[in-house]
Design a protein around this ligand. Structure first.
Ligand code: LHQ
Length: 262
């Protein structure tokens, strides 16, 4: 499949998916969803060990393209649930299930489903000039793409409800201060900071990171007792991995480990 609305490449273990409709602040159309789905399907086969999602131009993603025929009412009834079922929900679940870390490199405004796409990623790094807007209430909708699940878990009900009901812009710095995202960095340092983070994760023990994200996200649904069992089982598996053997050997030899991701 060739891409019209995104860019995708993978080099040295780093897959980079760029939403590429800059004139529309990279708002999602049905066609763009199909391309993103296809690209996500490539990441494992092409040997990627980390995925970076970012936006072309001055925005990260303005959420659903409100002019797309699939969702624009214009006097007719539209089934928004259909678009969520076919496009947004599978996208969010695919990111959570990807057995590698996913970085949202938020270069500019992230609004509506664009904000919640970023928040579904494992690490969110944003440029100071970027912002997050739960734009849904402005058009009579509720936060989707996992927003009602993710927001309270990250920042608590009080702030989640404030953001969701008011739809105000939250700066990247404030988002980092609230614990909504991992880090906010100076605009000038942003590209290098993203590259450094991606390179570091691409050289990390990928299988251990995959089990870490599974355990942390899944833990919200479990008791402590059940979670301890999950940790035991995962540790048993990881204890047999090449990366564990390498990690211990490198520690004992006082050298830098060379992880292969298995
Ligand atoms: C856009 C969009 C956009 C189309 C900017 N669509 N063109 C799920 C399932 C089904 C249906 C419904 O929704 C969902 C999930 C959702 O995501 S709902 C929420 C959808 N998103 C929004 O409501 C955000 C709408 N955008 C904005 O509020 C502003 O554009 C923000 C605050 C993001 C940025 O404002 P500015 O920096 O002032 O830029 P702008 O408004 O001038 O936008 C630049 C261009 O991008 C402009 O096009 P034009 O041809 O006039 O230059 C906008 O129309 C276009 N654009 N967002 N979502």
């Amino acid at each position: 499949m060739s891409y019209e609305h995104i860019l995708y490449d993978s080099t040295e273990g780093v897959a980079r998916l760029t939403l590429n409709r800059p004139d529309k602040l990279n708002a999602f159309t049905t066609a763009m969803h199909a391309e993103v789905r296809d690209a996500l399907g490539r990441t494992r086969a092409d040997g990627s060990r980390v995925l970076v999602i970012t936006g072309a131009g001055r925005g990260f993603c303005a959420g659903q393209d409100l002019a797309d025929r699939a969702v624009a009412p214009g006097g007719r009834r539209v089934d928004l649930g259909d678009s969520i079922e076919k496009n947004y929900a599978p996208l969010i679940l695919a990111l959570r299930r990807l057995p590698m870390p996913v970085i949202a490199a938020v270069n500019g405004v992230a609004a509506g489903a664009g904000a919640n796409l970023a928040l579904a990623c494992d690490l969110v790094i944003a440029a100071h000039g970027a912002s997050f807007i739960q734009a849904f209430s402005k058009i009579g909708l509720l936060p989707d793409s996992g927003g009602t699940w993710t927001l309270p878990r990250l920042i608590g009900n009080a702030r989640a409800i404030g953001l969701a009901m008011l739809g105000d812009k939250l700066s990247a710095a404030e988002a980092a201060h609230w614990g909504l995202i991992w880090r906010s960095v100076d605009d000038a340092e942003f590209p290098a900071a993203v590259d450094a983070l991606a390179a570091r994760l691409a050289a990390a023990p990928t299988l251990a990171l995959a089990r870490t994200k599974e355990a942390i996200y899944g833990g919200w649904e479990r008791s402590l007792e059940a979670q301890l069992d999950v940790e035991r089982d995962a540790q048993r598996e990881l204890g047999e991995s090449e990366d564990y053997a390498e990690g211990v050997a490198a520690f004992v030899a006082k050298r830098t480990p060379r992880f292969v991701g298995r």
